[in-house]
Write a protein that binds this ligand. Structure first.
Ligand SMILES: [Zn+2]
Length: 417
C-alpha cells in the first residue's frame, strides 16, 4: 500500500515538474538546461531526466545547440519540438472561415480562408470546416501524425456542459450539437469555444500586456461578444454562456430589433452589421458622394471598414455614424467598468481595423461616461488583430499538450476545459 502511494507521489511530482519545465520553455522559447535548473530550483540530474524524457518519450522538446559559456561545460539549449507538434486552428466567423496550421509557439505555417456563406446553412458551412481541416492535414510536406489536435472558435453561445452551440444570432443556428458533429467527422482531438472568449484567452496567454489579470476583450465584428478575464481566468458562467455583451440593453426606447428578438441591444445598435446598414441608408439618401465613390471602388460592398475610411477622409455623415455607435459602445463599456473594475479593455474584431480614428474617438469619449477616478481604464486594440480568435483556438490545444491532457480527450470533444 505504502509502495503504491509512493509510486503515485513520485508520478505526480514528476508530472508537476515536467509541466513547470514546459511553461518555462514556453515563456523563454529557448532556454539552457542550466537556466532550467536555476529557475525551477530542481537538481541538475532531475532536470536532465525530465528534459530527456520530454525529448525522447513525449517528443515535445528538442535540443537546439549549446550556450556560449566561458566557464565550465556549455549547457545544451532546448526549445519546443515544433516539427512534430502541429495544431490546426479554425476561426468560424460570420463572414469568413479561416483555418491555419500552427506550431507549438503559435507561428502560422499555412493558412486557408473561404467565405462563410451563412445563407447556405449549417451543413454546408460545417462541410467547409471539415474540408479545410482535411486540406491542411493532407498538405504536401506535412506528416498528418504530427497534427496533435484542432481548436475551433465559433461565433455563438457555446454551452460547455453539453457541447452545444445553443444559439448563434450571427449564423441563425439554434441547438446545434457541434460536439457530436465533430465526433462523427474527426479522428483527432478537437476543442471549441466561443470566439470572443478565445480572443480573451489568447490575449491572456500571449498578448503583449501579459501581466494583466483583470481585463475584458470586446469583439466587434458582424455581431458583438466579449471575453471577461477576472483574477487571471476567463470566466465561462454557469453553462459557459457568459460574455454576451452584445445583448446588454443600451437604449430601452430603441425601435431597432436585435437578432436575439429583443430591442435596443448593444449589438443591434453598434455592431459591424449596424454600421453597414447605416452606411447603406446614407448611400440611398445620396448625402455622401465620397462614400458612394469608395463603395463603387470596393465592388459595391458597404461595410464598416469602408465607412471608417470615408470618415477618416473627412466625410461628415460617416463621422456621424461612428459618433453614434461609439456612444452606444461607451454605454456598454461604462457598465463593464463599473461592474468589474478591469485594468484595461481591449477591442478586437473587424471594427478595430478602423485603427486610431476609432480608438481615439472611444478613448476621448469614455471619461464623460464614468465617475471621476484617478485610474483611467485604457482601451487598446487586441494584440493579435485579425488573428485574435485563431490565437485563442490554437492555445486551447497547446494548453492540453503542455498539461498532458490531450490523449484523454480523444473524441470526447470537450469544450475548452
Ligand atoms: Zn440582442
Amino acid at each position: 500500500m505504502i509502495d503504491n502511494l509512493t509510486k503515485i507521489d513520485s508520478y505526480l511530482m514528476n508530472l508537476i515538474n515536467k509541466k513547470k519545465v514546459l511553461q518555462l520553455i514556453r515563456q523563454h522559447k529557448e532556454i539552457s538546461r542550466s537556466q532550467l535548473v536555476k529557475e525551477t530550483k530542481l537538481t541538475t540530474p532531475t532536470i536532465t531526466r525530465i528534459v530527456d524524457d520530454l525529448i525522447v518519450n513525449d517528443r515535445i522538446v528538442e535540443n537546439t545547440g549549446f550556450e556560449n559559456s566561458k566557464a565550465g561545460r556549455p549547457s545544451a539549449i532546448v526549445r519546443f519540438n515544433n516539427k512534430e507538434n502541429l495544431i490546426i486552428g479554425i476561426d468560424l466567423g460570420a463572414t469568413h472561415i479561416r483555418g491555419v496550421l500552427s506550431d507549438l509557439e503559435g507561428s502560422f505555417l499555412y493558412e486557408i480562408q473561404v467565405p462563410t456563406e451563412i445563407e447556405k446553412g449549417f451543413e454546408f458551412i460545417f462541410d467547409n470546416v471539415i474540408d479545410i481541416i482535411n486540406k491542411i492535414r493532407n498538405r504536401r510536406g506535412i506528416d498528418p501524425d504530427h497534427i496533435r489536435g484542432v481548436g475551433i472558435g465559433v461565433a455563438g453561445l457555446v454551452n460547455y456542459k453539453t457541447g452545444e452551440v445553443e444559439f448563434s444570432p450571427d449564423f441563425g443556428w439554434e441547438g446545434i450539437n457541434l460536439n457530436l458533429e465533430l465526433k462523427k467527422r474527426l479522428d483527432i482531438p478537437y476543442f471549441f469555444d466561443n470566439s470572443s472568449r478565445l480572443m480573451a484567452s489568447g490575449e491572456l496567454e500571449s498578448g503583449k500586456y501579459n501581466n494583466l489579470s483583470n481585463f475584458v476583450v470586446i469583439n466587434i465584428g458582424y455581431g458583438i461578444g466579449a471575453g471577461f478575464v477576472v483574477e487571471g481566468s476567463v470566466i465561462k458562467g454557469y453553462n459557459g454562456l457568459a460574455g454576451e455583451l452584445g445583448h446588454v440593453l443600451v437604449d430601452y426606447k430603441s425601435p431597432v430589433q436585435c437578432k436575439c428578438g429583443q430591442y435596443g441591444c448593444l449589438e443591434a445598435l453598434a455592431s459591424g452589421h449596424r454600421i453597414a446598414s447605416l452606411g447603406e441608408k446614407l448611400i440611398q439618401s445620396g448625402k455622401s458622394s465620397l462614400l458612394q465613390e469608395l463603395v463603387n471602388a470596393n465592388s459595391g460592398v458597404v461595410d464598416a471598414k469602408i465607412i471608417a475610411l470615408a470618415a477618416i477622409k473627412g466625410d461628415k455623415e460617416c463621422v456621424k455614424i461612428y459618433n453614434e455607435i461609439t456612444d452606444y459602445l461607451c454605454i456598454g463599456i461604462r457598465d463593464i467598468i463599473n461592474v468589474l473594475n478591469p485594468e484595461a479593455i481591449f477591442i478586437g474584431g473587424g471594427i478595430s481595423l478602423a485603427g486610431d480614428f476609432f480608438f481615439n474617438m472611444i478613448n476621448e469619449k469614455i471619461p464623460a461616461y464614468l465617475f471621476k477616478s484617478k485610474f483611467k481604464v485604457p482601451i487598446y486594440p487586441t494584440t493579435f488583430g485579425e488573428q485574435a480568435t485563431l490565437m485563442g483556438a490554437i492555445s486551447l490545444v497547446v494548453n492540453k499538450i503542455l498539461n498532458f491532457e490531450l490523449d484523454y480527450q480523444l473524441n470526447d470533444g470537450k469544450v475548452s476545459s
